[in-house]
Each structure stands twice: as structure tokens, then as C-alpha cells.
Design a protein around this ligand. Structure first.
Ligand code: ADP
Ligand code: ZN
Length: 210
């Protein structure tokens, strides 16, 4: 199954992607994670991407499309994959059409006020990528690998607002682009409540695609 997760930053795409990936045994491809890995390198591309990410803007389409294309070509994607954070522009979506045939697009829906609250409280494990909320992890240490948690630079209030604007402008038009393939779910509840209808939907679809 080839799945796209669509939704604003902080809507819970990443959390949902991890659950789908585990249950359906397909890799989660997060362009945000791919870029965070690139930024750690010492290269011209790394410093360019670092600057863009810190401002909350988008990495240029050519760079992003190339990185996704390479990732999808790997062996573990043969059975399918979950795209988390890609495509983010109509241009990227059009390029993807030439790379792969997507089965379904899951739209993760959440009001902006809740997004701002959740992102401000979000803490991330710099080692394994696990996500926590300040109030649920007072020790501020990753429960999986014991690394001290950090607040991502782009989870600071000013940047969050800018990321939401960028989403509204560049990414929300994709809802129209994919209108024939969208399954919409609200992520206002718990991660389990969000996942439940998605799991049912994907289980039914799994029989039909393959
Ligand atoms: P979130 O979805 O929480 O905003 P991500 O981890 O998906 O965060 O992405 C972090 C940053 O990486 C984005 O703000 C952007 O700068 C860059 N990025 C990720 N995916 C893309 C993409 N498809 N196109 C352009 N830039 C991207
Ligand atoms: Zn960890």
C-alpha cells in the first residue's frame, strides 16, 4: 500500500505514521526526518537546508523531490510506504505522479489553536525521533533510549505560526488535488482514537490493492 499523510505541521501525522508502519509493515518516509539527518552533515546543502528549516520555510522542490525519489527506490519500499510530510506543494505532488502510484491520501484534521498548544508542548528525542509532550514526560528523558529530550528549533512559537501559514498557502491546495482519494480523520482525540478508523479503512483497502 502506498499512502500519503496530509495535514498541518503538528496535526499528528508522524504519530499516526508510526502506528500504520508497525501494523502494516511498511516504512514511514518522513521528509522532515530526512532533512534533519542531512542538516547534521557538513556540506553546502546542509547549511542551506538548516537555514530554511530554522525559518519554517520549505526546502526547494527540486531538492525535496530528488531525495524522496532516491528513498522510494530502496528495497524496503517495494511493498509500499507511508509518505509523511511529502508532498507539500502541488508541484511536488505532480512530480510524485511520475514516480509512483499512490493508493490513498489520509488527511489528518486539527484546529490551529490545538496545533499551536500541542507543538509548543512537543519534545523530541534527538537520538531516535520519539515524540513526547512536556506534561507527559516530566523527566524530559526518552523512554526508549534514555537520551535527554529537546525542543526542536522550529517548534518555538514564532516559527510555528509561520509554518501554519506556509501550510495554508502551499500544502492545503493538495486537498483539492487529491479529492478523489482522500480519507479524512480528526486527530482531536488521543493517538489511539485517531488511529482506529484509519486502521479499519486501511485493512479493508489492503485486500483490494496489493
Ligand atoms: P512538521 O510537519 O512538524 O512541520 P517536518 O518534520 O515534517 O515538520 O518538517 C520540518 C521542516 O522540514 C519543514 O518545516 C520544512 O522546512 C522541511 N520539509 C519537510 N518536508 C518538506 C517538503 N516536502 N518540502 C519542503 N520542505 C520540507
Ligand atoms: Zn529516544
Amino acid at each position: 500500500m502506498k499512502i500519503i499523510l496530509l495535514g498541518a505541521p503538528g496535526s499528528g501525522k508522524g504519530t499516526l505514521a508510526k502506528k500504520i508502519s508497525k501494523d502494516f509493515d511498511i516504512p514511514q518516509i518522513s521528509t522532515g526526518d530526512l532533512f534533519r539527518a542531512i542538516v547534521k552533515e557538513d556540506s553546502e546543502l546542509a547549511s542551506k537546508v538548516r537555514e530554511i528549516m530554522q525559518s519554517g520555510g520549505l526546502v526547494p522542490d527540486e531538492v525535496t523531490i530528488e531525495i524522496v525519489k532516491e528513498r522510494i527506490a530502496k528495497d524496503d519500499c517495494k511493498k509500499g510506504f507511508i509518505l509523511d510530510g511529502f508532498p507539500r506543494t502541488v508541484n511536488q505532488a505532480k512530480a510524485l505522479e511520475g514516480i509512483s502510484q499512490i493508493d490513498t491520501v489520509i488527511l489528518v484534521d486539527l484546529a490551529n489553536e490545538i496545533i499551536i498548544d500541542r507543538l509548543s508542548a512537543r519534545r523530541t528525542c534527538p537520538n531516535c525521533g520519539e515524540i513526547y509532550s512536556v506534561q507527559d514526560n516530566l523527566e524530559n528523558v526518552c523512554k526508549k533510549c534514555n537520551s535527554p529530550l529537546i525542543q526542536r528549533d522550529d517548534d518555538k512559537p514564532e516559527t510555528i505560526r509561520h509554518r501554519l501559514e506556509v501550510y495554508e498557502q502551499n500544502t492545503s491546495p493538495l486537498i483539492n488535488f487529491y479529492s478523489d482519494r482522500i480519507f479524512k480523520v480528526s486527530s482531536a482525540g488521543s493517538p489511539e482514537e485517531t488511529y482506529s478508523p484509519v486502521k479499519t479503512f486501511l485493512s479493508e483497502m489492503e485486500g483490494k490493492v496489493e
